[in-house]
Design a protein around this ligand. Structure first.
Ligand code: FAD
Length: 420
């Protein structure tokens, strides 16, 4: 069965951070974007923090400034500092309005504990994680539930202690009325939506905290009102409470996706998850049609403008194979990648130089329009954003979600005609 939308539309391909930021910009410009995505983006897998720069100790603003001066093809340099700042401001206002505020910015990174007790730098993060910054000092209690796999408070505390942070791990008991057969991050988050559950957990935290002023819990403190849940637990326990990211599915990422979806739909956009974009056809350097495939259904979309935000290799936007092929999956745009498969990976997994294959992607001009090998614009009405952008190893830089946030917003603004 095929369906065809007769009107030319604004299409966003991909529903990760870059596609969602771009769709928001397009929807707010009145262009009623249709978001087509094969599946959920990295939001549902990642800790929910926005890493703008973490490769060294420089504050993100200083690192980006240096990139702008020295690395002209880097996505941050292509869009410029003003666009990065604008994206962060819009994102912070969006999360604030949804009562799930993100704090931080370009001035410094905080160091937040992971579920392995490692420390990771983060520039922008939900306020529910803010008290986790280990530089705040003092003793930290890490509390969790035996029922939640892959979150072991004594292990986290021991690893923090090995790094000089006074930490203690404790287990809490699930109240009998809330016992289930299966426990995931999502089932626990639903429990934390219930004030009765929070009161009971808060009492246990007070009993266990001793002299500690801060308590870390798995990042499952409610889907509906995490801010209210943290405030409630703080009142009951008498300590500052913070969330520690868990293994997937990521509750913070799900909250983020939900608030974006709500804002995009409110502004007249639409999200269609489960639609794999398999082809695009162009004419006179303009993309005119894209084809998407859902279960037993192919759809043809006439295109006015399109944002490609398909997440690169990790997101499914770039596919590689054994023979050394590297392909862009939605529109078959030209991809820049290491010439030989043997050059894809460095010998060591944690090589300081990173792995060359992570630089594979689509190269663009400063309007984020895709370029061919000859440097010519492939499609005038397409912008590329996020991890599908090539030429830079954002994994090594720890800048991946920052680049996705900033280029997604910039691409949406450019396509809406706001940027010159
Ligand atoms: C497990 C994991 C952990 C990570 N941890 C971190 C971290 O800690 N910090 C960090 O900065 N980054 C991390 N990342 C990187 C993450 O990819 C970026 O942070 C960023 O979110 C990427 O955003 P994006 O919008 O570019 O792509 P994604 O979030 O990957 O979204 C891509 C979207 O495009 C869709 N798509 C792909 N191909 C097609 C197609 N042909 N048709 C239709 N839709 C398509 C996908 O279904 C998805 O909706 C992690 C990634 C993974 C996978």
């Amino acid at each position: 069965m095929t369906g065809m939308s007769a009107m030319r539309t604004t299409i966003v391909i991909g529903a990760g951070l870059s596609g969602l930021m771009g769709a928001l910009a397009l929807a707010e410009a009145g262009l009623r974007p249709l978001v087509l995505a094969k599946g959920q983006g990295a939001t549902h897998w990642t800790p929910g923090t926005i890493d703008i720069w973490g490769a060294d100790d420089r504050p993100p603003r200083q690192a980006i400034q240096a990139i702008i001066e020295s690395h002209l093809h880097h996505p941050y340099a292509l869009i410029g500092m003003h666009a990065v700042e604008e994206a962060i401001a819009r994102f912070r206002a969006l999360t604030e309005a949804a009562r799930y505020p993100y704090v931080g910015g370009l001035e410094r990174n905080v160091l937040l504990p992971t579920a392995a007790g490692a420390l990771r730098p983060a520039a922008l993060f939900p306020v529910t994680m803010a008290a986790g910054d280990v530089r705040l000092g003092g003793e930290v209690v890490i509390a969790g539930f035996r029922e939640l796999r892959d979150f072991y408070p004594p292990f986290i505390a021991a690893n923090l202690a090995a790094q000089g942070i006074k930490a203690r791990g404790v287990y809490l008991t699930l109240p009998s009325a809330f016992r289930r057969r299966e426990y995931t991050t999502v089932t626990l988050a639903r429990m934390f939506d219930d004030p009765a559950f929070r009161s009971e957990i808060g009492r246990q935290l007070r009993a266990q905290r001793g002299d500690a002023a801060r308590i870390g819990l798995p990042a499952v403190l409610g889907l509906r009102d995490p801010l209210g849940a943290v405030a409630h637990l703080q009142r009951e326990s008498g300590a500052q409470v913070f969330e520690v990211p868990t293994l997937p599915p990521s509750v913070p990422g799900m909250r983020l996706f939900a608030l974006f979806q709500n804002a995009i739909e409110q502004a007249g956009g639409r999200l269609q998850i489960g639609s794999d974009v398999i082809r695009g056809d162009g004419q006179n350097r303009r993309l005119v049609t894209v084809w998407s495939e859902a279960a037993a259904r192919q759809q043809e979309h006439r295109v006015e403008r399109a944002l490609l935000a398909t997440g690169g290799i990790a997101g499914g936007g770039i596919r590689t194979d054994q023979a050394g092929m590297v392909r862009e999956t939605a529109l078959d745009l030209p991809v820049r990648a290491p010439a030989h498969r043997a050059d894809w990976f460095a010998p060591r997994f944690l090589d300081p130089q990173g792995h060359a294959i992570y630089t594979a992607g689509v190269v663009t001009d400063s309007h984020l329009r895709p370029l061919g090998a000859d440097g010519e614009i492939v499609y005038e009405n397409v912008a590329v954003a996020g991890a599908t952008l090539g030429g830079v190893d954002t994994v090594r830089e720890r800048s991946r979600s920052g680049v996705s946030l900033a280029t997604g917003w910039a691409a949406g603004r450019i396509l809406a005609g706001f940027a010159s």
